[in-house]
Design a protein around this ligand. Structure first.
Ligand code: TRP
Length: 338
């Protein structure tokens, strides 16, 4: 049996979204809507595994709306692609419990993200943080989603989802019950690096706000951060010059290419040999031109939370219409009376 193609992805509502989230994820999701049916989730249940999302209900609610607003403002069309928060679709948690019993401790012990996030004191980490990848597998498989756009760093979690799907199918004697979801590692803009250090990913947790462009920054802030971005003392490279060892130059060129929807080679030809100040002002103009309509729409949406909440509720209903029958099948397959 082959499974119908379906895309599912999600972002965590913790802190603010930045250019890396837009170029690395959202921009690609918007394109995928034309290729396959899509579902886009705001993973509020994952957010409470992090300090930033735990014990701060007002902040979590605000952040959930902000991420939903970014999806919409960035071009996800909620009429075609349901947008919902995980917490409104109880089937995620239900399937996650079953999957907790499918996944093996040894599998989870290998998860590098847990090791990084829990640090030296594993015994103080929450059980939720440990079992985070199991919930992620449930997010995907509760819809039998087949394609999952994610960054490089989530590949291991997707491998785990595939292992869980295969073990469930095998242990309950239901071959093909769950598909093997495929990661879709997203395009050229995927790795947007810090503006202060071209070897580190642009991150919401970096203590320097100048290291990232937030989707809530206004035009002046964006231009200012680009002007201050770290560079090296050389002019921009020509087509035959090496970019190796010039991570900041590479990052700014990648950002330009992704925002302009051009090949990086073309951008290099256009700016070959110029100094950074010329390039940075072109990049600032481009970034503002591309982000301004999005941030303006986000601000408009956030001024009326009721509208966002309606989108989320409607999305959750559509998501549940897919998830409930699958979850019923899971329950019967496991032997629960329903
Ligand atoms: N773990 C993902 C991240 O940090 C977020 C996520 C949760 C997700 N559930 C998902 C992504 C399901 C794709 C599909 O980026």
């Amino acid at each position: 049996m082959s499974h119908k193609q379906l895309v599912l992805s999600g972002m965590q509502p913790t802190n603010t979204l930045h250019l890396g989230n837009y170029l690395g994820a959202l921009k690609n999701w918007v394109k995928m809507q034309d290729q396959m049916p899509c579902l886009f989730c705001v993973v509020d249940m994952h957010a409470i595994t992090a300090d930033a999302g735990y014990g701060q209900p007002a902040e979590l609610t605000r952040s959930t709306r902000e991420v939903a607003a970014a999806y919409i403002a960035g071009g996800v069309d909620p009429k075609r692609s349901p947008i919902f928060n995980q917490g409104q679709v109880p089937e995620h948690g239900e399937l996650a419990w079953v999957f907790n019993c499918v996944a093996r401790l040894g599998w989870l012990d290998r998860m590098t993200q847990f090791k990084e996030k829990s640090g030296k004191h594993k015994e103080r980490a929450s059980v939720g943080l440990y079992t985070y990848p199991v919930l992620m597998a449930a997010d995907i498989l509760v819809y039998r989603a087949t394609h999952v756009p994610v960054g490089e760093d989530q590949k291991q979690h997707l491998e785990l989802a595939r292992d869980i799907a295969a073990k469930f199918n095998n242990d309950f004697g239901v071959p093909d019950f769950f598909p093997q979801p495929e990661p879709v590692i997203t395009g050229s803009g995927t790795r947007v690096m810090s503006l202060r250090d071209g070897s580190k990913k642009m991150s919401k947790s970096d203590e320097s706000d100048n290291s990232r462009i937030n989707l809530t920054d206004d035009a002046d802030m964006i231009a200012d951060k680009i002007r201050r971005a770290k560079t090296d003392p050389h002019p921009l490279p020509g087509p035959k010059d090496e970019l190796a060892g010039r991570p900041e130059a590479e990052n700014l060129l990648n950002i330009y290419a992704a925002l302009a929807d051009q090949d990086r080679d073309k951008v290099i030809i256009d700016f070959a040999g110029q100094n950074f100040s010329t390039f940075k002002s072109a990049l600032a103009d481009l970034t503002v031109a591309r982000l301004e309509p999005i941030t303006r729409e986000m601000r408009r949406l956030l001024a009326d939370p009721a509208e966002i909440d309606r989108v989320l509720k409607d999305g959750a209903q559509k998501a549940r219409a897919i998830a409930t029958p699958i979850m019923d099948e899971v329950k019967k397959t496991v032997g629960f009376i329903i």
